[in-house]
Design a protein around this ligand. Structure first.
Ligand code: BES
Ligand code: MN
Ligand code: MN
Length: 463
């Protein structure tokens, strides 16, 4: 393909400026105070698809935030790549831990990104990575080398569980018809170690509520005589792992896919330094399930984690009180072939069963999704692999990720196509965290690599 590098060279400042404008819109899907901003962001994305050269662009309403759709069909006999991404972002909290404003993007150099990184909520997850595709398509159209058809489906509810995306997909099978789904919403191992994500974990997210007495009580008058819901909740949570850090929910591991020794050996070959890992997180040691390495613990093994816990008095000073209620939000990351609905039920049953008579327990399921794994011998994977070879000069390493994009498993079921996950973020980019950023180098490298996926996918489809 010609002129890719030179087109990027010539337009890179504009590519960066446009992304910065998009990052200024606080499209936080979790918080209804930002509802207008989420809608504004959808419009901005639609306009960017128009500007890139799409023939059709639409804001498609759903029961929630809209899906932005775009397409450029050059020849119905050619294959179609469907690009999925999300324009919504996580809440920016806790604000006081940001060095600069989350919705006032700035470019700063870091040790890992000496070429500069854009600091803003959503810079990497997923506005920056989604926008790489918009610019890659602009580039292919502008230089007259778009080799096949392209469709965009950019949603606004990924960070809150994509509750309405299945609604949209079910009603739009024809519109979304494609030969492969391409997503950049994951990461890669390092800037000089390209990798393709071959797996995502599933998820079951629940909220638990423990109720003791019918009102908050004086902890002197009643303390010792009634159940304290916070004491009980923490004890119940502690019992969910045993001394080997196995999860104690009965049946939890029944369907877990066990990898062969050969597969585990292949995984262990991916470059990884435990020392650097600990240093980057400022921890003296790692912690997790006995018998598994760090990389296995965070990708091929299921987990159970408290994401938040509250109750009682947390204001200034001290208040002597036994709270009436205590709460926690718990996520379980799942692996093939666990079923998220079944796991949610197993958890619910178990959690209710371990509660003492003295309290009442409610388990409220939030959302979830199935895990996903792709084979590396597919034509789709080979096309992606060749694309990285062109722009990194190396064969990318297949790597299963610990994160979740629940809709991916559904794509395969509903649209019968394979998903390829070409992520360009780094673990150190602090997604979902204060000071999220995305390397300018990674952004431009993504824009450069994507067109080669289109080229190789189209060529391999014909052969
Ligand atoms: N882009 C992430 C998922 C991700 C990040 C996968 C890095 C692999 C590597 C996505 O936006 C996300 O945050 N997903 C949520 C799940 C969702 C249901 C809220 C997650 O993984 O917590
Ligand atoms: Mn994401
Ligand atoms: Mn996310």
């Amino acid at each position: 393909m010609e002129h890719i590098a030179s087109y990027i060279q010539e337009h890179q400042q504009r590519f960066i400026n446009e992304l910065i404008e998009l990052l200024k819109i606080p499209s936080v899907s979790a918080d209804s105070a930002y509802s207008q901003d989420v809608w504004n962001c959808a419009e901005a994305v639609q306009k960017s698809l128009q500007d890139a050269g799409c023939d059709v662009t639409e804001i498609c309403e759903t029961p929630g935030y809209p899906v932005v759709y775009g397409e450029k069909i050059i020849d119905v006999s050619l294959p179609t790549v469907l690009i999925y991404g999300h324009y919504d972002v996580q809440p920016a909290d806790p604000l006081n831990l940001w060095d600069t404003e989350p919705f006032d993007p700035v470019i700063r150099n870091t040790e890992i990104h000496p070429e500069g990184a854009i600091f803003a909520r959503g810079a990497c997850d997923d506005k920056g990575q989604m926008y790489m595709h918009v610019k890659a398509v602009e580039l292919m159209i502008a230089t007259n080398q778009l080799p096949c058809n392209v469709k965009f489906m950019i949603e606004g509810e990924e960070e809150v569980g994509s509750a309405n995306l299945s609604w949209f997909i079910e009603r739009n099978h024809d519109k979304l018809k494609n030969d492969v789904i391409l997503i950049s919403d994951t990461g890669m191992i390092a800037k000089d170690v390209p990798s393709i994500t071959t797996g995502l974990r599933g998820l079951s997210y629940v909220e638990v509520e423990v109720t003791g007495p019918n009102r908050d009580l004086h902890s002197g008058l009643y303390g010792g005589a009634v159940a304290n819901p916070i004491n009980i909740l923490t004890k119940m949570i502690a019992s969910l792992h045993d001394e080997n850090n196995h999860i104690t929910v009965p049946g939890f591991y029944d369907k877990v896919e066990e990898l062969s020794a050969k597969e585990r050996a292949a995984m262990a070959e991916a470059p990884f330094s435990l020392e650097n890992y600990k240093k980057a997180l400022d921890i003296n040691d790692v912690y997790g399930e006995k018998g598994y390495s760090t990389n296995e613990r965070n990708s091929i093994r299921p987990t159970l984690d408290v994401n938040g816990i509250w109750g009682g008095y947390i204001g200034e000073g001290a208040k002597t009180v036994i709270a009436s209620k205590a709460y926690a939000k718990i996520s379980m990351r799942l692996v093939p072939d666990q079923d998220w609905k079944e796991i949610t039920e197993l958890f619910q049953k178990h959690f209710e069963s371990i509660a003492p008579e003295a309290v009442k327990v409610k388990v409220k399921p939030h959302h979830g999704g199935q895990a996903y794994v792709t084979p590396i011998d597919s034509m789709e994977y080979q096309a992606a692999s060749k694309a990285y070879e062109e722009t990194f000069g190396k064969t990318p390493i297949p790597q299963r990720s610990g994160g979740s994009i629940p809709i991916v498993a559904l794509f395969e079921k509903e649209l019968q196509s394979k998903t390829i996950l070409m992520g360009f973020g780094l673990d150190s980019d602090a997604i979902h965290s204060p000071n999220e950023h995305f390397g300018v180098w990674n952004y431009l490298k993504g824009i450069e690599t994507i067109p080669y996926f289109f080229k190789h996918f189209t060529e391999l489809s014909k052969s």
